[in-house]
Design a protein around this ligand. Structure first.
Ligand code: PBG
Length: 327
C-alpha cells in the first residue's frame, strides 16, 4: 500500500496524542452549582442526584472549602427557602437563605468566586419563574422583581449574577439596577438560550421548584429551535450581558457551536441535573464507566465551543484535568 496520508501516525503514542489535542481546557473554566437550605447541621443527599447535597448554612463552609481544595474556582449558589409566597419575597429579602449564604461564604471561604442564580421559581408558591397574571407569567411586572433579586444578591456579596428566568428584557433591567446602585463592575452571565427541558427534572426535586400547574414553555425556549437561540443571544448582548450561557448542554451542542462562532463574548454551557443523573444512573448499573463518560461528555461540550462549563461533576473534572486525562 502506498498511503501518504496516515492519520494514525498522530495516534501512535500517548505523548503525541496529547500534543495534538485540538480541545484544550483547564479547571479555571469550571463552575460548580450548589444548594443551600434552611435548618441546622444538614447535609442531605439529593435522591435524584446521588453525590450532590443540600447544605444548611453551618455545613456550607466545609463544603465550599472542599470545592476550593479541588481547584474549582467558582460556585453558583441556589437557595431553598422554608417559606414561599406568590411573589417570591424570600428571593430578595436581606435575611433570605441565599443572601445569608453569600455573606457567610464570602467571609469563610473568600477565595472562591460566587455567582448567584437570579430566578423566582424556588421562592414562589406556584413554582413559576415570575409574577403571575392569572396563569400567565407577566413579563414586564417580573422584571422589577428580578432586578431587586440581583441587587440583593450582589449586596450580600455575590461576585456575578446569572438570570435564569427567561423573561424578555431582564438583562437590561438588572444592568440598570446594578449600575444605579454603584455596582457597574459586577458582570452578568445570562442564561441566554435556556430551553424548556426535561433535563431539569432532578434540579426541581432538589430545589422543590417544580411548577404547581402547567409548564415553563411560555418563557423557556422550544427545543425545536436553533436560530431563535442566536436571536436570544444577540438580544442579551445588546442589553449588556457579559457572558452568555446555553442550557442544557449535551442535547444542545449545535447551539453552543452557533453561539461560539457568532459572538465574541465568553460562552458558557450548563450541563444540567438530568445530564448528571443519567450518567450516575447508568454508571451505578454498570452500563457505562462513570469516569470515562464524565471525561468524554465534558470534552464534547468544550469541543462544541464552550469556554466555561457549569457542571455537578466539576470536582471530578478538575481532578481529571490535573491528571492530564483531558484538557
Ligand atoms: C431556575 C433554574 C433551573 C435550573 C437552573 N436555574 C430550573 C428550571 O428552570 O426549572 C436547572 C439546573 C439543573 O437542572 O441543573 N429557573
Amino acid at each position: 500500500m502506498e498511503l501518504t496520508n496516515r492519520p494514525r501516525r498522530l495516534r501512535t503514542s500517548p505523548v503525541l496524542r496529547k500534543m495534538v489535542r485540538e480541545t484544550r481546557m483547564d479547571k479555571s473554566s469550571l463552575i460548580y452549582p450548589m444548594f443551600v437550605r434552611e435548618g441546622q447541621n444538614i447535609k442531605e443527599e439529593i435522591p435524584t442526584m446521588p453525590g450532590q447535597y443540600r447544605y444548611s448554612l453551618d455545613r456550607l463552609p466545609q463544603a465550599l472549602a472542599e470545592v476550593a481544595d479541588a481547584g474549582v474556582p467558582s460556585v453558583m449558589l441556589f437557595g431553598i427557602p422554608d417559606h414561599k409566597d406568590e411573589c417570591g419575597t424570600g428571593a430578595w429579602s436581606e435575611d433570605g437563605i441565599i443572601q445569608r449564604a453569600f455573606r457567610l461564604a464570602k467571609r469563610e471561604v473568600p477565595d472562591l468566586y460566587y455567582i448567584g442564580d437570579v430566578c423566582m421559581c424556588e421562592y414562589t408558591s406556584h413554582g413559576h419563574c415570575g409574577i403571575l397574571d392569572g396563569e400567565y407569567v407577566d413579563n414586564d411586572k417580573t422584571l422589577e422583581y428580578l432586578a431587586r433579586i440581583a441587587l440583593s444578591q450582589v449586596q450580600a456579596g455575590a461576585d456575578m449574577v446569572a438570570p435564569s428566568d427567561m423573561m424578555d428584557g431582564r438583562v437590561a433591567a438588572i444592568r440598570e439596577k446594578l449600575d444605579e446602585n454603584g455596582y457597574c463592575t459586577v458582570p452578568i452571565m445570562s442564561y441566554a438560550a435556556k430551553y424548556a427541558s426535561s433535563f431539569y427534572g432532578p434540579f426541581r426535586d432538589a430545589a422543590g421548584s417544580a411548577p404547581a400547574f402547567g409548564d415553563r414553555k411560555s418563557y423557556q425556549m422550544d427545543y425545536h429551535n436553533r436560530k431563535e437561540a442566536v436571536k436570544e443571544v444577540f438580544s442579551d448582548l445588546d442589553e449588556g450581558a457579559d457572558i452568555i450561557m446555553i442550557k442544557p448542554a449535551l442535547s444542545y451542542l449545535d447551539v453552543i457551536r452557533d453561539a461560539a462562532e457568532q459572538i465574541d463574548v465568553p460562552v458558557a454551557a450548563y450541563s444540567v441535573s438530568g445530564e448528571y443523573a443519567m450518567v450516575k444512573a447508568a454508571a451505578s448499573l454498570g452500563y457505562v464507566d462513570e469516569e470515562s463518560i464524565i471525561c468524554e461528555t465534558a470534552t464534547s461540550i468544550y469541543r462544541a465551543g464552550a469556554g466555561i462549563l457549569l457542571t455537578y461533576f466539576a470536582k471530578e473534572l478538575a481532578k481529571f484535568m490535573d491528571q492530564g486525562r483531558i484538557g
